[in-house]
Design a protein around this ligand. Structure first.
Ligand SMILES: [Zn+2]
Ligand SMILES: [Zn+2]
Length: 94
C-alpha cells in the first residue's frame, strides 16, 4: 500500500502504524500515525517508549525535536521510491 508519510510527507511510501502513545503505556486505543519505514525506525532509535508516552506523542512534537528536524531535512531529499533502509532487494508482493 502506498501512502503519504505523516512525518516526512513523502509520497509514495510504504507506511506502518505508529502508536503515538506506546501500547505498553496504554496507547492501544490511542491515536496512531502512519509513518514510512525510515521515519518509524528513526523515532524508535531516538526516543524510548517512555519519552514517547510522556512527551513525544504528537507529530508536531516529534517534528520539533532538533535531531528529527535534521533527519527530516535529509530524508525529504531522498527518493521515496528508493529503499534507504537496506540494500537487500527482497521485494515480495503480498
Ligand atoms: Zn516518513
Ligand atoms: Zn512506532
Amino acid at each position: 500500500m502506498e501512502k503519504t508519510c505523516d512525518l516526512c510527507h513523502r509520497y509514495p511510501v510504504k507506511t506502518t502504524e505508529h502508536h503515538l502513545i506506546p501500547k505498553q503505556f496504554g496507547g492501544v486505543e490511542g491515536p496512531t500515525a502512519m509513518l514510512c519505514t525510515a521515519c518509524h525506525r528513526q523515532i524508535h532509535a531516538l526516543f524510548t517508549n517512555e519519552e514517547l508516552a510522556s512527551f513525544y506523542h504528537s507529530i508536531e512534537r516529534l517534528q520539533d525535536h532538533p535531531a528529527m528536524k535534521k533527519y527530516l531535512r535529509w530524508v525529504k531529499k531522498q527518493d521515496p521510491e528508493k529503499k534507504i533502509t537496506t540494500r537487500k532487494s527482497n521485494r515480495k508482493k503480498r
